[in-house]
Design a binder for this molecule. Structure first.
Ligand SMILES: Nc1nc2c(ncn2[C@@H]2O[C@H](COP(=O)(O)OP(=O)(O)OP(=O)(O)O)[C@@H](O)[C@H]2O)c(=O)[nH]1
Ligand SMILES: [Mg+2]
Length: 244
């Protein structure tokens, strides 16, 4: 299989049998010169079988199977590590959810801004023209408050710190990857923290985020606790740095 395409798209999956065929087909229809890397944590549903069938149909799909549910953060960093270890590694790596919350049709805009010279581009729900569809008011409020707190802690002028729809340049990832250790959703903050430390150029494009229509959310109290703990740890580290 030719895995030397200049663009790679990482799709982390846990029980996405209802979405995976449609999302892969939608990405394939964009006709990018890309590799799609599905990172599945031994989903007990049909996710793996569906991907195996699509691998026979298309020549650009890689499947990484991990032994059990190990968290979104390590799924993403395992994906980066694998892609960067390829003999001809991709110049641009996109991360997105496999549940259609992130629209495949937005990928070309994410890529275009990265190709113009950004190290990292975020699909933002909270900038002008960005939007969230289908979330209850409480979930929007929790997300916006988490976003505001993160902005204060990370101290970057961005509108959406927690969006997982992103395009990363190889240059940024090569430097940042050894420093990324988060296991779950807080990976989105850790990547921005590293971008700040590296003085990376970060861009944003507006996206319309849609709540998943099929399958179940994997966001649980455990992940929310890990996210909050990470924010507290970063705040504490920064206070100590200021005192020293
Ligand atoms: N491999 C892997 N994928 C995961 C894991 N947790 C979540 N995912 C995938 O990561 C993406 C985001 O997870 P979601 O459950 O949609 O989380 P969310 O978007 O914050 O929550 P919802 O808005 O309720 O969908 C989806 O494609 C999931 O299948 C995990 O532990 N391992
Ligand atoms: Mg989702």
């Amino acid at each position: 299989m030719d895995s030397s395409a200049p663009i790679a798209i990482i799709l982390p999956t846990y029980c996405e049998a209802e979405n995976i065929a449609d999302i892969i087909t939608a990405i394939e229809n964009l006709q990018l010169d890309s590799t799609i890397l599905v990172i599945d944590d031994s989903s007990p549903d049909a996710t793996e079988n569906i991907v195996e069938k699509l691998r026979e149909k298309y020549g650009n799909i890689l499947f990484m199977k991990r032994p059990h549910k190990m968290g979104l953060g390590t799924a993403i960093t395992d994906g980066f590590r694998y892609l960067l270890s390829l003999p001809k590694s991709p110049n641009y790596i996109i991360t997105m959810d496999a549940d259609f919350s992130h629209a495949p049709n937005d990928i070309p805009r994410l890529l275009a801004l990265t190709e113009e010279g950004s190290d990292l581009v975020i699909g933002s729900r909270y900038c002008n023209e960005g939007k969230v569809k289908g979330w209850k008011l409480t979930r929007i409020l929790i997300s916006k408050i988490a976003n505001k707190i993160t902005g204060r802690v990370i101290r970057l002028q961005l509108s959406d710190f927690t969006s997982g729809f992103r395009c990363y340049s190889k240059g940024y990832l090569t430097k940042a990857l050894p420093k990324l250790h988060c296991e779950t959703y807080e990976i989105q903050i850790e990547t921005l923290r590293q971008a700040k430390l590296q003085n990376s150029k970060i861009g944003e494009i507006p996206i319309v985020f849609e709540n998943r229509k099929k399958g179940k959310s994997k966001l649980s109290l455990t992940e929310i606790a890990a996210f909050s703990k990470y924010i507290l740890k970063v705040s504490w580290d920064q206070l100590r740095e200021r005192d020293n």
